[in-house]
Design a protein around this ligand. Structure first.
Ligand code: PLP
Length: 398
């Protein structure tokens, strides 16, 4: 007899969790380990945000709130959308969730059933694939080449759409590649989508505020207002304000979809923590300079890893346009390693962890074998040390 439901088949904790466990084990044995597997800012949440949470707690914001989020937070999100995204949204078109992650999961649970397809460009945030399966749907993975900047082309989109397509997932700037769609590229995708009215767009813009000079964030709605009644736009405070632990994300979309997602929340978590919601209001309404401070630190760190690793033979890099990940091509490096027991990106990530003490994540975990992902959300010194150790480890095999 089964002990678990069939919907659990094939679902597991991510590879990253296993890598972190091994890194912690090695550190416990006294090794110096630089953990670049993680996807979270190493900064503390700014003081004014923590203060707002403390006063919310002291003044009694300790009760259930509206399932879709407090009116105060939804109003703050509406102001943020007007300010940063030149977009108007009514409170009924906004829902707050337990991180952006819950928004994505609830949208899929509310709309996807057996036989439904969801187009996921690769490299992808691996949770997309698992969440689609959990919802009973079929992920349709579209590999996007480094030569195209890891971005999906209009022809690829056209070829992937079928009558069963429910969603296109778009993640810009991307985890794991840092790639960001330009307005022109979004126009070209929108042009295809306009001809397929049954396809909705889920835009995961969690890294929208972490964009480097020379690049600009755009939503697909900047390219085509015709898609507004079938686009769910998702962001949150985790990455922009160093608030990963507070678990506040939000979705903006057509009211019938938002209402259905609120029903899923009502039957599972209810709303996110009342105190965290008050903190998120302070983040969105407060001084936005903190984002610039974080971004300039990440920009400096991006240079450390890009400059350091681009000197290595056999490694292909594109400097990321946004987010805090470097997705390096290692196929050429692997080709020089045949006969040394390192067969693929997983073997290479193991080698870097065991022999160089640097934890990073194989590209296979993101649907793109032949690459590794390195997070540069770590201290400058740690990154310099990691670059030195990786360089030495690569030279040792040459
Ligand atoms: N979307 C992407 C692409 C992410 O990388 C992450 C976090 O790693 C999330 C969503 C989840 O963010 P949150 O902490 O708001 O749930």
């Amino acid at each position: 007899s089964r002990s678990l439901a069939r919907r659990m088949d094939g679902l597991a904790l991510s590879d990253i969790v296993q890598i972190k466990q091994r890194a912690a084990q090695l550190a416990g044995e006294g090794r110096r380990i630089v953990d670049l597997s993680i996807g979270e800012p190493d900064f503390d949440t700014p003081h004014h945000i923590r203060d707002a949470a403390a006063s919310a707690m002291a003044s009694g914001a300790t009760h259930y709130t509206a399932t879709a989020g407090t009116p105060a937070l939804r109003a703050a999100i509406a102001r943020k959308l007007a300010r940063d995204n030149r977009r108007t949204a009514a409170p009924g078109e906004i829902i707050v969730g337990v991180g952006a992650k819950q928004i994505i999961a609830n949208a899929l649970l509310a709309t996807v059933e057996a036989g439904d397809e969801v187009i996921i460009p690769a490299p992808f945030w691996s949770n997309y694939v698992d969440m689609v399966r959990f919802a009973g749907g079929t992920p349709v993975i579209v590999p996007c080449a480094m030569a195209n900047g890891f971005l999906m082309t209009p022809d690829q989109l056209e070829a992937a759409v079928t009558p069963r397509t429910r969603w296109l997932m778009l993640n810009s700037p991307s985890n794991p590649t840092g790639a960001c769609y330009t307005l022109d590229r979004l126009r070209a995708l929108a042009h295809i989508l306009e001809r397929h009215p049954h396809v909705r767009v889920m835009e995961d813009a969690i890294y929208e505020r972490l964009i480097y000079p020379g690049h600009t964030y755009h939503s697909i709605l900047d390219a085509s207002t015709a898609l507004s009644d079938r686009t769910l736009w998702i962001s949150g405070v985790s990455k922009a304000f160093a608030m990963t632990g507070w678990r506040i994300g939000y979705g903006v979309g057509p009211k019938p979809l938002i209402d259905a997602m609120a029903v899923v929340s009502a039957q599972t978590t209810s709303h996110p923590c009342s105190i965290a919601q008050a903190a998120a209001v302070a983040a969105l309404d407060g001084c936005q300079d903190v984002i610039d401070q974080f971004r300039s630190a990440f920009e400096r760190r991006r240079a450390i890893v890009c400059d350091g690793l681009s000197a290595l033979p056999g490694i292909d890099l594109i400097a990321p346009a946004g987010a805090f990940y470097l997705f390096a091509g290692v196929s050429e490096l692997l080709a020089t390693m045949t006969g040394r027991g390192i067969e693929n990106d997983r073997g290479l990530a193991d080698y870097f962890l065991e022999s160089a003490g640097v934890a990073l994540v194989p590209g296979s975990s993101f649907g793109a074998p032949g690459h590794v992902r390195l997070s540069f959300a770590a201290a400058d010194d740690a990154l310099r040390h990691a670059v030195d150790r990786i360089t030495a480890a690569v030279r040792a095999l040459a």
